[in-house]
Design a protein around this ligand. Structure first.
Ligand SMILES: *[C@@H]1O[C@H](CO)[C@@H](O)[C@H](O)[C@H]1NC(C)=O
Ligand SMILES: *[C@@H]1O[C@H](CO)[C@@H](O)[C@H](O)[C@H]1NC(C)=O
Ligand SMILES: *[C@@H]1O[C@H](CO)[C@@H](O)[C@H](O)[C@H]1NC(C)=O
Ligand SMILES: *[C@@H]1O[C@H](CO)[C@@H](O)[C@H](O)[C@H]1NC(C)=O
Length: 498
């Protein structure tokens, strides 16, 4: 099985690759981007009949610059009386482009929670387009289940949710994290807010609203030009369940001391080693930065993206490789490609040099849950944060572990979904809308997959899965017997990536 663990901090991407191989990988990758983005934008894809219904088209009922409107309603920092004059929620009609890097099905359970957060954003009034970059084909039954679960029935004409799976070949490896950047700049005038995230960070409407609230506040303090030196950041937390206990009915009292921990941020005294005051007279009374800038995600506005394009040493629009040791390019000097694309390029002093801002008063509102809730267990292990040379080793699995599956009687969501659809065959219209009865469910878009390079068996399976999806869309987004004929409900989870 050719899966790459997207979550490792270890320098997986170029390990063992010669510099030459590495460069050619990047070149072909960038070429692929050019090709794919033109496909992507011009809706020529045969598996994507509904691309034109995406929300990014200018929508007449929205004021063109929502953020501008909100800046205007904040003439001065914390003018409460003027704030209360804003008639609608800060999230109402907000056009949000969300991009998620999700390599394969390994973290699907986390991705599902992540998607729920963005569906909540639609129910909170925003118009959300979610684009997931992945290297696995989602089977029709899973898509059909997600279509039902993710449908946003908010009647507001300013709210909406679309989801697109952008298929990539697994040869992109950790460079899966790069693709969002070109999309952001291609669509820069079509959204009010952009979100990039890995597939295991829970972002909620609160996160986006808090980001906007603080971003508006910073702009009102500094003015729009100086504000581009800063970006409101996020901080990831986990819950520190005891090291040696699995929570069961018998051990449930062990959760009594469990609390949120910012596991990436060690060091006392806190205000010397972990948290920095902001070196700006106007902002320092209200904001701090973390010394360790990794976020695994970021939120940004079009105004900031535009300004960072031309910012000296920044070139935020240019996808490029993370800095590496000149004598050994497979070794990163400032973090892996995923750390680079989510955080280091933006905050690194030698790069964009943007200052991260976390609000003292609203601090917890920009904290996001790292869903695997496991990284805090690394702290103090050899070669990890807070770990000395004599510290215990951080054990990785070697493939010999035997996992006991959960009880077979547990009713799985997909199993129930398929059974519901069998029992209610007349409900076939839920994924179509409009006079032309167009399919409005999840799109799976194949831009640059080359099935011809695959081993015959794998290729046959992929072609079958793509064909099944195409038929599903063509008939209007409901399953037929062959889609529901599932002998092993979890079989697809271990299918190889593209
Ligand atoms: C606050 O906003 C109100 C309404 O826009 C305005 O009349 C008032 O002058 C503002 N107060 C300050 C201190 O700017
Ligand atoms: C919770 O913390 C208290 C105080 O440190 C300690 O005495 C107690 O044993 C802890 N309980 C558990 C279940 O860990
Ligand atoms: C895998 O790890 C287990 C426990 O961590 C160890 O007992 C076993 O010898 C290892 N097997 C191999 C093949 O390395
Ligand atoms: C269901 O799948 C099995 C094996 O996957 C196959 O043999 C059988 O013909 C299928 N039945 C239908 C109705 O598609």
């Amino acid at each position: 099985m050719t899966t790459v663990k997207l979550k490792e901090h270890r320098p997986t991407i170029a390990a063992g690759a010669s510099p030459y191989r590495h460069i050619s990988l990047i070149t072909s990758f960038i070429f692929g981007l050019v090709v794919s983005s033109s496909f992507f934008l011009w809706q020529t894809n045969k598996y994507d009949p509904t691309w034109a219904t995406m929300h990014y088209r200018p929508s007449p009922h929205l004021s063109p610059r929502l953020l501008t409107r909100q800046f205007e309603s904040f003439p001065e920092y914390r003018n409460e009386s003027s704030h209360s004059l804003t008639s609608s929620s800060i999230l109402d009609g907000l056009r949000v482009l969300v991009t998620i890097a999700s390599f394969d099905f390994m973290q699907l359970s986390h991705l599902e929670e992540v998607l729920d957060g963005f569906q909540d954003l639609c129910y909170a009034g925003s118009k959300v387009d979610v684009v997931i970059y992945t290297t696995v084909l989602y089977p029709v039954a899973l898509i059909d289940m997600l279509n039902d679960r993710m449908r946003c029935n908010n009647p507001s004409p300013n709210a909406g949710l679309t989801m697109t799976l952008m298929l990539k070949p697994n040869s992109v490896r950790l460079h899966l994290v790069d693709f969002h950047r070109e999309l952001f700049y291609d669509r820069i005038d079509q959204y009010d807010v952009f979100v990039y995230t890995e597939d295991d960070i829970r972002i909620t409407p609160k996160t986006v609203a808090a980001y906007l609230h603080e971003t508006n506040r910073v702009a009102s303090i500094l003015g729009p030009t100086r504000a581009t030196d800063f970006n409101v950041g996020i901080i990831r937390y986990e819950y520190d369940f005891p090291e040696n206990v699995v929570m069961t009915d018998k051990t449930r009292h062990a959760s009594v001391n469990v609390t949120r921990v910012y596991w990436e941020h060690l060091g006392r005294p806190i205000f010397e080693k972990t948290v920095k005051k902001v070196e700006d007279d106007a902002l320092s009374p209200y904001y701090v930065s973390m010394r360790h800038p990794h976020q695994g995600m970021y939120i940004v506005t079009p105004a900031l993206l535009k300004s960072w394009k031309d910012r000296p040493k920044c070139r935020f629009n240019e996808i490029r490789n993370r800095p590496s040791r000149p004598d050994n390019p497979s070794q990163p000097t400032e973090g892996t490609q995923r750390v680079w694309m989510s955080s280091q390029m933006m905050y690194g002093k030698r790069h964009c040099g943007i200052i991260q801002l976390l609000p003292v008063e609203n601090f917890g509102q920009l904290a996001v849950l790292h869903l695997p809730n496991k990284n805090y267990r690394r702290i103090g292990k050899q070669g990890r944060l807070g770990g000395s040379d004599n510290a215990p080793k951080n054990e990785f699995s070697n493939g010999t572990e035997v996992f006991k599956p959960s009880h077979p009687d547990l009713l799985k969501e997909l199993e129930l979904h398929v059974e519901l659809k069998r029992q209610f065959p007349h409900l076939r219209k839920s994924n179509i809308r409009g006079k032309e009865s167009r399919y409005t469910g999840i799109r799976m878009v194949d831009t640059d997959i080359n099935l011809h390079n695959m081993a015959p068996n794998h290729r046959k399976k992929c072609e079958k899965a793509m064909e099944a999806y195409k038929m599903y869309v063509d008939r209007g987004g409901y399953m037929i017997d062959s889609d529901m004929n599932i002998t092993d409900i979890d079989d697809w989870r271990t299918s190889s990536s593209l």
